[in-house]
Design a protein around this ligand. Sequence first.
Ligand code: ADP
Ligand code: ADP
Length: 232
Amino acid sequence: MIEISDLKKVFPTAGGPFTALDGINLTIPEGKIYGIIGPSGAGKSTLIRTINMLERPSEGRVVIDGEDITHFDEARLRALRQQIGMIFQHFNLLTSRTVGENIAFPLEIAGMPREQIQARVKELLPLVGLEDKEDTYVAHLSGGQKQRVGIARALANQPKILLCDEATSALDPQTTQSILRLIADINGRFNLTVVLITHEMQVIQEICDEVAFIEGGRIIEAGPVREVFTNP
Ligand code: ADP
Ligand code: ADP
């Protein structure tokens, strides 16, 4: 479970301090797919990046499984980030490397022995439908295939949490469908907690259990998707 309380993020800017998150309270239950939706500039990306402390809050707390991660030092944050996978709109892959090398990357950072890395990569490839692409250079893949590599890389260290930052926004509708199905499949199979941000309502309705609407750094409504969308 992820508990976010009274979260504030203020950025210093040339025009003075800018409040990007203004008192966010959210409880994200374990094993669910939690969607955060809102317009561009609402604070979605800043919010999701506080869950792995890529963004340090100015005020408030992020508690994961009872542990307040807000004041973790760098060593504890590195360990935490191995338990939190993340995927991105523009995939953030090493494009001059192969699929296998990209998936192996977080395992190398974690210090896993070479043979174990190879075995783990072989296990991850079929999970994302890329069993015949291990030696293909990422530059030669379609957008959907690139995101599958991103998902495999995010899952490499068997995380408990998967953060998705506009993961389907660069994909066509059909490819979006297949990536959403894959995320839902992985969520069910590994009891993974998924937090995804999007500006597309369809993504929320398609796979999310719960949703929070964010605007101007504040939550304006939150709850189970069925309830939120059947309100009169
Ligand atoms: P969203 O993901 O909903 O589009 P963001 O979280 O990226 O929104 O940004 C929220 C607001 O905070 C935007 O107005 C953005 O310009 C501002 N912002 C984000 N990061 C920074 C930063 N490092 N410095 C200053 N302002 C920032
Ligand atoms: P165990 O980990 O006890 O062997 P699981 O059912 O949790 O049993 O996992 C079975 C296999 O599925 C693991 O060996 C691992 O390769 C894979 N797996 C488990 N959790 C995840 C995860 N969060 N992300 C990716 N793969 C996972």
